[in-house]
Ligand binder design. Structure first.
Ligand SMILES: Cc1ncc(COP(=O)(O)O)c(C=O)c1O
Length: 356
């Protein structure tokens, strides 16, 4: 076994492993004064909702939740009936990583569509439209996409627009899981009005936990009405029943306000993306490392010699992605440092020297 350098302080296991942005900690402390009405009837919540209307540049309706799975549940369950179906990529978090919560709380069928790279396209939806109108099949009613995707890939604004057009033409709504929407916005140079409002996305989860918040994700209803009724008409009840109504809502709202202030959320995401690009540059020439692709956001997917994976994980843990092809995922965050990148690359180099 080669002599290994000390592992990096900041792990590459997930952007969830990072701590909290100092500005968010300060905002939490600042909100910790006096009393406030519970369950969202407070000034922080109202200000954060107003701020979200500004960043979307539209009259969006926002619902703060405890976490990302819960926010996906609240959004989807607010617009679906049990006999309907969600069309989504087979790699989607709502399929593989939420313990079936969206299926359970909506009662709907989640249809996992195989994709090469985690991205849906209008042609992948077409076969499922045959189900519409037949009482023997669950009725496709929502298309759910993730931006950026679980595979570290991105939809362009035009691609989201084309998916929304196809979904709407078939009478379906579009839901966007934006656990990493900030990484996608900075990677594409876009903004929420362009990427979400103008493309036709109807509702989304706006994630900030991976981008410097301590906890709390937001369901944003972008489209105002459907068939004459508010799209969010049932959201309050669904959120409470799903256990996602935060009693001390001001502490989620304070985090949202802190991250949106001076575009801290975008600066954090830009840093995370930059660190992924640097990590790719630092490891790509190491014999035995094969980048699966050029990183587009804050994840680096690499193929490694299979015998090197476990020793590297023991040294500094990260998740396997697909061991049938020796693919692993390294993730960066707003808190990743250059030193973390250099130390990790040095460890990769040392371990692979024995396995390449
Ligand atoms: C694409 C995606 N959606 C949603 C989530 C939110 O999940 P959680 O319930 O852990 O907050 C995650 C977290 O890993 C994610 O990667």
């Amino acid at each position: 076994m080669p002599i290994l350098p000390p592992p990096p302080v900041g792990s590459f296991v997930s952007d969830n492993a990072a701590g909290v942005s100092p500005e968010v900690m300060e905002a939490l402390a600042a909100a910790n004064v006096g009393t406030a009405m519970a369950y969202g009837d407070d000034d922080w919540t109202r200000r954060a909702q107003a701020r979200l209307r500004e960043v979307f540049d539209g009259p969006v309706h926002s619902y703060f939740c405890w976490g990302g799975t819960g926010a996906n549940v609240v959004g989807l369950a607010s617009v679906l009936r049990p006999w309907q179906a969600v069309l989504t990529a087979a790699s989607a978090h709502i399929v593989v990583d939420e313990c079936g919560a969206p299926a359970r709380f909506t009662g709907s069928t989640i249809v996992p569509i195989p994709t090469d790279d985690g991205r849906l396209s209008p042609d992948l939806l077409t076969p499922w439209l045959q189900w519409q109108g037949s009482e023997h099949h669950p009725q496709p009613a929502v298309v759910s996409i993730t931006q950026s995707t679980e595979m570290g890939t991105l939809y362009s604004v035009d691609e989201i627009g084309a998916l929304c057009d196809a979904a709407h033409a078939a009478g379906m709504l579009v839901h966007l899981d934006g656990a990493r929407i900030a990484n996608a916005l900075v990677a594409t140079g876009s903004d929420l009005p362009t990427m979400v409002r103008d493309t036709g996305v109807d509702l989304m989860t706006l994630g900030l936990t991976k981008d410097g918040a301590m906890f709390g994700e937001t369901v944003v209803f972008v489209t105002a009405t459907r068939d004459g009724a508010p799209l969010d008409a049932e959201a309050r009840f669904v959120r409470k029943q799903a256990g996602q109504l935060v009693s001390k809502s001001r502490f989620v709202a304070a985090q949202v306000l802190a991250l949106l202030e001076d575009d801290l959320w975008l600066a954090n995401a830009r840093h995370a993306n930059l660190m992924a690009a640097r990590l790719a540059r630092s490891v790509e020439a190491i014999p035995g490392v094969r980048l699966a692709d050029e990183p587009q956001v804050n994840s680096v997917f690499v193929h490694l010699p299979s015998a090197a994976i476990a020793p590297l994980q023991q040294w500094s843990f990260f998740w396997d992605w697909d061991l049938t092809v020796d693919l692993v995922r390294w993730m960066t965050s707003f808190a990743t440092t250059d030193e973390d990148v250099q130390r990790f690359a040095a460890g990769v180099s040392a371990v692979l020297a024995g396995h390449a």
